[in-house]
Design a protein around this ligand. Structure first.
Ligand SMILES: O=C[C@H](O)COP(=O)(O)O
Length: 231
């Protein structure tokens, strides 16, 4: 199974600084078979960055949307439908705890978004913030999308900026893998260049999901190189 390094830029960067990030990353990046790098910029930059990625001919590198609409095209002011994103991105982050916390999204939204993504061929990256409530995501089992990635992102780690212990992450990864067999599972929450290495050893873990560490090329490239070397 491939490994993944995901960088979620959240609501950061300008159009120019996004392109500069890519130019600098391109110089540091050594693509490796078996390691897929995914960066999710703010939606307004997806189109221009997708052309920039093509120009740079970055291999094993894809863009992702940070969110998509739970609805298809229609009268939904402010929404961005999955098929509008598809020409510019390959993945869509869905159900991030910040979407739930600040935008009041529900599990039903999450499932509908995952279905919309799968329908147009976007690979969903489903955020799971609690390993004890997996049964609430039962409906995901009906969505036909073999590549779906599951991202364990415990909300306390995000909020308190302390990563969950390796041992605890290992336990939850096993639980998720039992519930959703054969899916790549990644961990995210307060990872940085000083603490990420031990997480790469977790049995069944397919990668890392970062935000803060992805904003600077230097830290993201450090993670990328180490993951490549660990393959
Ligand atoms: O979207 C990614 C997760 O919220 C992790 O963010 P973080 O790496 O800044 O803790």
């Amino acid at each position: 199974m491939a490994r993944y390094l995901i960088g979620n830029w959240k609501c950061h960067k300008s159009s120019d600084s996004s392109k500069e990030w890519l130019d600098r990353f391109d110089k540091a990046y050594r693509p490796q078979d078996g390691l897929e790098v995914i960066v999710a910029p703010p939606a307004v930059y997806l189109e221009s960055l997708s052309f920039h990625v093509k120009r740079l001919q970055l291999r094993h590198f894809s863009l992702g949307a940070q969110d998509i609409s739970p609805f298809p095209r229609g009268s939904y002011t402010g929404a961005i439908a999955a098929d509008m994103v598809k020409p510019f991105a390959s993945y869509a982050i869905i159900g991030h705890s910040e979407r739930r916390r600040y935008f009041h999204e529900t599990v039903t939204d999450l499932v509908n978004k995952a279905a919309e993504a799968a329908d147009v061929g976007l690979t969903p990256i489903i955020c799971i913030e609690n390993g004890d409530t997996l049964s609430s995501l039962f409906a995901l089992k009906d969505i036909d999308c073999p590549g779906m990635i599951l991202a364990y992102t415990p909300v306390d780690s995000l909020n308190f900026r302390i990563p969950e212990s390796v041992a605890r992450v290992g336990v939850v990864i096993k639980r998720i893998a039992n519930y959703f067999p054969r899916r790549p599972i990644v961990y995210g929450g307060a990872l940085n260049v000083d603490n990420f290495r031990e997480y790469l050893e977790i049995d069944g873990l397919s990668g890392l999901f970062t935000a803060t560490a992805s904003l600077e090329v230097q830290s993201f490239s450090t993670l990328c190189r180490a993951m490549g070397a660990s393959l």
